[in-house]
Design a protein around this ligand. Structure first.
Ligand SMILES: [Zn+2]
Length: 306
């Protein structure tokens, strides 16, 4: 479909009613038309309460059930505005900014919405990178390179994988890791890169079995510590990520939320060259209806909620 508004004016006109928003969601959730989750029948009646009643088995399905919009007390129009705002700010938004723009009564709601949207940013259908990639790790939360294999206090280790697109960076994948052991690194590469692809790393022993796992493993240089500049694309991504985290969150990342921030950064980075910001809007709405609601455990980090 790839059908999205180009400008804010177009957006305002197009999504002025709940019905218009619902139709858009419907087309994204069921691209081939409605499909009853109980019996697979493809025809339904729309009920007055915004549900779909299967013409065969009579079971009612909610358009937003099982998505981040589920259990909403706010109109879809407001959700759409939130998504439009979030995807149109190039470097990201704060909960306070979102609260102001939407005129939400509560900061807490804005904060929750932002986290739901971050949750939707990368999760579903993560396809793996192909071709040639650079893979490395980086410590977040401290200015100095750390020692590999030992971990550094107060820092979080992140696997950074960047696709090589000529001299440029293609798409990226980020993932938090507990350590730089072979097991952790292999798991990260396998989650992010299709077998058969070329993976460029330094000579750290943790990567030594990539060949056995079906990758073409290229070692750029033996003997390296985390943070040295051997893999230019990965290093560039790490520098941008650190700057972004500093600008967005004053560098104070709570480990519980780091995954969400990594997802948001990846979402924005991989679409940085999109000519139309509306395309990001389209993609995020699409992901928001495909993604499962945040698991209760994720929500529970409420101790640090405002
Ligand atoms: Zn049915």
């Amino acid at each position: 479909m790839e059908n999205y508004p180009r400008t804010t004016l177009e957006f305002e006109r197009r999504f002025a009613t709940e019905d218009a928003c619902r139709q858009y969601l419907c087309a994204l959730r069921w691209p081939d038309g409605f499909c009853c989750p109980h019996c697979g029948h493809r025809q339904a009646w729309a009920t007055q309460r915004g549900l779909y009643r299967c013409r065969r088995c009579d079971v009612q399905t909610s358009l937003t059930a099982g998505t981040i919009f589920h259990d909403r007390r706010q109109p879809l129009r407001l959700w759409f505005r939130a998504i439009w705002y979030v995807t149109n700010q190039k470097s990201g938004v704060s909960a306070l900014g979102l609260q102001r723009v939407l005129g939400l009564g509560s900061y807490r709601t804005a904060w929750r919405w932002l986290h739901k949207l971050r949750w939707a940013m990368v999760r579903p259908g993560r396809d793996r990178l192909t071709g040639e990639v650079e893979a490395d790790e980086a410590f977040l939360g401290g200015p100095r390179p750390g020692k590999r294999g030992r971990g550094a206090a107060g820092k979080t280790l992140v696997s950074v994988i960047a696709q090589i697109d000529g001299p440029r960076i293609g798409r990226i994948r980020l993932r938090r890791m507990l350590d730089a052991s072979a097991k952790s690194l292999e798991r990260s590469v396998q989650a992010a890169v299709e077998p058969g692809s070329a993976v460029r790393t330094d000579g750290w022993s943790g990567y030594s079995r990539l060949g056995e796992l079906g990758y073409r493993h290229e070692i750029v240089r033996e003997e390296a510590e985390v943070g040295q500049h051997l893999l230019p694309r990965v290093n560039r991504v790490v520098a941008l990520l650190k700057r972004w985290l500093l600008g967005m969150h004053q560098g104070a990342i709570q480990p519980a939320y780091l995954d969400c921030y990594l997802d948001e950064f990846t979402f924005r980075f991989n679409r940085r060259t999109s000519r139309w910001r509306g395309k990001l809007f389209y993609r995020l709405v699409q992901q928001a209806v495909s993604v499962k609601p945040m698991p209760p455990r994720k929500r529970q980090h409420g101790s640090s909620e405002p």
